[in-house]
Ligand binder design. Structure first.
Ligand code: AMP
Length: 382
């Protein structure tokens, strides 16, 4: 009996555990919160990731370890890797944890990125905003996610407020300033690399964010073969450079037909949730297969899929469950503003059927504005 250890016990760990059940796997999730939602399906070890005693207990109980949470301290991942196989490797995790290291890596691999610079002092911020130009975004280098730890500088007059908001973090998690990219679309590649080095990607996905948080994903993205091939090439180059094992997502901006890399998520990703029902093998199943050294499965998708995130509280399930291709995911979390509490995936064989399902769900739930950009894209591109 193989036990997979997961650092982090949120919805990603929960969906990994659900997906691993048919493979006969056992799981142990570790989280700092006793009510972490993976605990409803897998034993949960509650502890701090820096606590060696808790980590030792975790290491002794698992055959292989992986992550649901990318901000596990890199030192803890390294400590663990000396005791049990850890995938992705701690070096890859560390690279993805720091926006400056990550963007420097993109550039060194020839993956286009917008202008960026490290910022340690207020004087540097002034100089870099002058060089890069406004609008731009001041972000924490580490520990930011879902738009948190970011401040938009629309004009130079906002620099005071930006430094007021984030300046104190220059000495702790570090800061980076990035050019604001007036993108037409946000895309992501979700891909998997096996222990043997085999690489597969799911079809390119288009994503819409609201207040920095993912709201909807559409697969396949209506982006054309050439752009998809370019995106897959970037993902493959990254995976090989980092000797990455498991699933990851590369988030991209598309501007005037050009791709610019935003960030690398070293784990299964929200923009890949549609693969549970929409692809031959889901991102969760392939992540487990990869970390266990098993053959990875086909990433071919079935028809068209749209995922809608539920943020804050769960809506009524009826409108989704009434659809032939409607699938419901409730993470078993208590409601809280801004929290990802669940999602739905609508899958259909034709664009017309997906459009109809989105219209019905949007109206049924009073969420017309959430489905509107997806419907517009389907109508524009078919
Ligand atoms: P991040 O945490 O970096 O993924 O940022 C969250 C969201 O903020 C992204 O998905 C974009 O919608 C937006 N965003 C972040 N960085 C930029 C940028 N440099 N230019 C334009 N929009 C951005």
């Amino acid at each position: 009996m193989t036990t997979v250890g997961i650092l982090g016990g949120g919805q990603l760990a929960r969906m990994l555990a659900l997906s691993g059940a048919p493979l006969g796997l056992r799981f142990l999730a570790m989280d700092t919160e006793p009510d972490a939602c993976a605990g409803q399906f897998a034993p949960l070890l509650v502890g701090d990731y820096r606590d060696e005693k808790a980590l030792a207990e975790f290491a002794a109980a698992v055959d292989v370890a992986t992550f649901d949470f990318e901000n596990v301290p890199a030192e803890s991942a390294r400590w663990l890797a000396e005791r049990v196989p850890v995938f992705p490797n701690p070096h890859a995790l560390a690279a993805a944890q720091d926006r400056l290291v990550e963007k420097t890596l993109f550039r060194s691999l020839g993956i286009p990125v917008g202008e960026f610079a490290a910022v340690d002092t207020r004087a540097q911020l002034d100089a870099e905003v002058a060089r890069i130009g406004a609008p731009c975004i001041l972000k924490t280098r580490r520990l930011g996610y879902d738009g948190k730890g970011q401040f938009r500088i629309k004009t130079a007059a906002d620099i005071d407020a930006a430094w007021e908001a984030l300046g104190a973090q220059a000495q702790t998690v570090g800061l980076i300033v990035e050019a604001f990219i007036p993108f037409e679309r946000e895309l992501s590649v979700v891909a998997v690399r096996s222990r043997a080095g085999e690489f597969l990607a799911w079809p390119l996905t288009e994503n819409w964010h609201v207040d920095g948080v993912l709201s909807a994903s559409l697969a396949p993205a209506r982006a054309g073969e050439a752009l998809a091939a370019q995106a897959f090439g970037h993902a493959r180059a990254l995976a090989e450079a980092l000797d990455y094992v498991g699933v990851f997502a590369l988030e991209l901006f598309c501007r005037e037909g050009q791709l610019l890399a935003n960030e690398l998520a070293p784990r299964v990703h929200n923009s890949g949730h549609w693969t549970i029902e929409g692809a031959e093998t889901s991102q969760f199943q392939n992540h487990l297969r990869a970390v266990l050294g098993l053959p990875i499965g086909s990433t071919r998708m079935r028809g068209h899929a749209c995922m809608l995130n539920w943020i804050g509280e769960m809506p009524d399930a009826g409108a989704v469950l009434r659809e032939a291709g409607g699938h419901w995911h409730d993470y078993g979390k208590s409601p809280r503003q801004g929290r990802k509490v669940g999602h739905a995936t609508l899958r259909a064989d034709s664009v017309e059927a997906l459009t109809q399902a989105l219209l019905a769900v949007g109206t049924g739930l009073g969420r017309e504005s959430q489905v509107a950009p997806v419907i517009a894209r389907l109508r524009e591109h078919g």
